[in-house]
Write a protein that binds this ligand. Sequence first.
Ligand code: FES
Length: 95
Amino acid sequence: MLNNQTSHSPTTDLSPSSRCVRVCQNRTCKKQGSAKVLAAFKASVAAGVTVAGTGCLGQCGNGPMVLVLPDRVWYSGVRPSQVSLVVEQHLLGGG
Ligand code: FES
């Protein structure tokens, strides 16, 4: 198990090098497969990126919902097969 002891900044004040991927694990998103999406992100996480499950992101029905901070970029209807694309093009590509 990883023990990431980096400093704890407020979630809205993360530097681009310390991004956080939040994957909704609340009821509606879970029914839409968000547990597998979370597992896929955890399996392919980029250096300096934290991945965490979260409560309802207020976008129920459009899930599984993913929010990347501090960029505030949302992804809706994410499939596990699409996770590698998000990692490559957003988390590694800086976009
Ligand atoms: S249950 Fe995922 S956004 Fe509400």
